[in-house]
Design a protein around this ligand. Sequence first.
Ligand code: ADP
Length: 382
Amino acid sequence: MTAAGLVLVLNSGSSSIKFQLVDPVAGTAVLSGLVEQIGEADGPVADHAAGLKLIHQRLVDSGIDLAAVRAVGHRVVHGGKLFHRPTLITDEVVTEVERLDELAPLHNPANVIGIEVARNDFPDVPHVAVFDTGFFHSLPAAAASYAIDHDVAMRYDIRRYGFHGTSHEYVSGEVAILLDRDPAELNVIVLHLGNGASASAIRGGVAVETSMGLTPLEGLVMGTRSGDIDAGVLFHLNRAAGMGVDELDELMNRRSGLKGLSGVNDFRELLERREAGGALGEAAALAYDVYCHRLRKYVGAYLAVLGRVDAIAFTAGVGENAPSVREDALAGLDGLGIAVDPERNRTGKGARIISAEGSRTTVMVVPTNEELAIARAAWQFV
Ligand code: ADP
């Protein structure tokens, strides 16, 4: 079995780098791995450049002929107003992505280092940037605009960009394939529930609403991020508690969400604590309830946005693996045409339908595969 070629997919996060060697034609991963805890005291490497060196060594050690790598696909978190389609990386593109650092200070700098090191390691193949914001470029102005001073918004590029776009696009495409329907005729809600979490409303393959905004902080309750919050909370904490902007940023992005409410951000641990009961169990139960309640609110809102919903798809770590969340978030919505079948929901594996016979909206579990989507996008340039 020799592949026509492989794509190296790099996903450089704030403190980790994931990599995958993908056969984009077969749709399979040949090798994958990650370097974590970058820059942390007991982590394996001091910075992203060293992390990428480690990854290159692992690629060499794997014995796979690296001449088969015909393209490198880079996940880039923020494309700003400029980038939406997968983009062939040039020096100019790198400069423009660097300019967007201010909008995504945790992510874009790591993305840029990943691009620079990998261009050095693989100088003779196309490098392609795939933007997390890209799929949401299509949001109508009514959904993309914040109701703030127009001039301020224009001057500072403040709008709702949305994130996890690669996943929302991929999953909604898979829904159409699995249901054997024309994507142009399908209205879909995608619920991407991982460490970060976001919802989207997609009409005929085009995103019309999503829960994340200027940054990946808005919307659903996440592992460590608050999601929606009254901006007045920040003013109040600044005045009453003397918290400065960096402290507030840290509070909202790293010490909120499930972690803020219960002390743990990993969903498996949350479920275990909730099961075990006691004081910690009560906190975990509240976090769980806030999480599911927020999710239900978004589903209701997106039903109204779309008018008719053909499918709701759960994806990512929590969405794919936590049946109770799927059941609790959608419980009691029979009147709106949404009924989860408890048996289907609790059994089975992989992509599948979990709604009851006769449910007007088809509820599904659809595993996401951002790496494959990025690899396919990069393959277009080979
Ligand atoms: P990332 O955003 O880092 O890609 P993932 O999509 O891998 O995140 O999702 C990670 C989350 O999924 C974690 O909170 C983890 O606890 C949760 N998760 C993974 N497996 C399970 C499971 N079997 N049951 C409940 N939650 C799970």
